[in-house]
Design a protein around this ligand. Structure first.
Ligand code: AKB
Length: 338
């Protein structure tokens, strides 16, 4: 008898760790996690963890023989800056591994005659504003607008949204007997900020980096100009959006991919909030024009009204609460005594 589990890929990453903490609050959840890296020691008791590569088909086959996956949270990805440095590897991780998992989920759904749920975090990187004037003009972008990414990561995420949708509606559409399809659902995240973990390889990383550097008394040179602006969300809201979308009644969903967001801040506004908490922080602006151009191609804000309407999405933390009640106290605790 196979063990029924919720499967989290990329579990050692920022979202993975936060999601694992949250899902494991319910002892009824049996959780299987996978990542190239081990989990941090404090999370090791919360799941059965497999250290390995999603592109290792023999390993995936072994996991399917041992576990029945009800829900897959497929979080493993190479983020936007790293994907520009290693585009082929990014394609393998971001696209080929997603394809392998979607196929696995479809075969599982067919075998057990019940949909496997597939939850996929996408990103504001799927948008591509052509220039700063356009970005200033079209402030809040809807799901179907400006879908012309300028990064490998953005292309990968946009394609995988489509692939997920294909696997949930048309996979093996010419077969005599139509297999049950997967239940694919996706959120497009803005830049994420956690009080507990520090990101790596993303382009929105300047905001969390600024904050974590200030908390450690380290100087920080921000790699975008002061007026560069994108939307952000704190990690507890990001995790809540994934969990809330997963339990939404299927017939309430009018789309498969939803924008979710919380607040939009310029880099200078992030600096001001950090300085209010850490007045001695040394923050300068030394733009890296190539990374800054990526930020300029992402919208200043996104419209998440479809998520609000269909499944009651609303962030708990606006900018004020995010900094005052989550980020600053959480970061103080994280670095206390160091
Ligand atoms: C990145 O910067 O690549 C990510 C993202 C916005 O998806 N944080």
């Amino acid at each position: 008898m196979r063990k029924r589990v919720t499967f989290i890929t990329g579990a050692s990453g920022e979202v993975g760790q936060a999601l694992l903490r949250e899902l494991s609050q319910d002892p009824a959840n049996q959780i299987l996690t996978m990542d190239l890296h081990p989990l941090p020691p404090e999370l090791r008791s919360l799941s059965t963890h497999v250290e390995g590569d999603l592109l290792n088909m023999r390993l995936l086959a072994r996991l399917v023989s041992e576990y029945e996956m009800d829900t897959i949270y497929h979080l493993a990805a190479l983020l936007s800056t790293r994907a520009e440095i290693q585009p082929e590897e990014a394609h393998q991780v971001n696209v080929e591994a997603t394809m392998a998992l979607l196929k696995l989920a479809a075969e599982e759904s067919q075998w057990r005659k019940r949909s496997v749920q597939f939850i996929f975090p996408s990103s504001i990187a799927i948008y591509g504003m052509p220039d700063r004037a356009t970005k200033a003009h079209f402030q809040r972008v809807r799901e179907f607008e400006w879908n012309q990414p300028r990064t490998m990561y953005g292309c990968n995420k946009l394609y995988c949204e489509q692939l997920g949708s294909y696997f949930s509606r048309y996979y093996r559409q010419l077969a005599v007997e139509q297999p049950p399809t997967i239940d694919f659902r996706s959120v497009r995240f803005p830049g994420l900020i956690s009080a507990v973990t520090v990101p790596s390889g993303g382009t929105s990383d300047y905001a969390p980096e600024m904050l974590h550097a200030a908390a450690q008394g380290k100087p920080y040179a921000c790699f975008v100009r002061e007026d560069a602006r994108i939307p952000f969300m704190v990690m507890p809201d990001a995790v809540r959006s994934l969990l809330q979308l997963a339990v939404a009644p299927r017939d309430a969903l009018t789309r498969q991919v939803y924008n979710v967001t919380s607040f939009s801040l310029s880099a200078a506004q992030v600096r001001d909030r950090v300085m209010a908490a850490y007045p001695a922080a040394q923050i300068s602006f030394e733009p890296d024009l190539k990374r800054e151009a990526i930020i300029d191609s992402w919208p200043a804000d996104i419209d998440d009204s479809a998520a609000r309407m269909d499944w009651g999405w609303a962030p708990e933390y606006d900018a004020e609460r995010a900094f005052q009640e989550y980020l600053i106290p959480g970061i103080r605790e994280r670095y206390a005594g160091r």
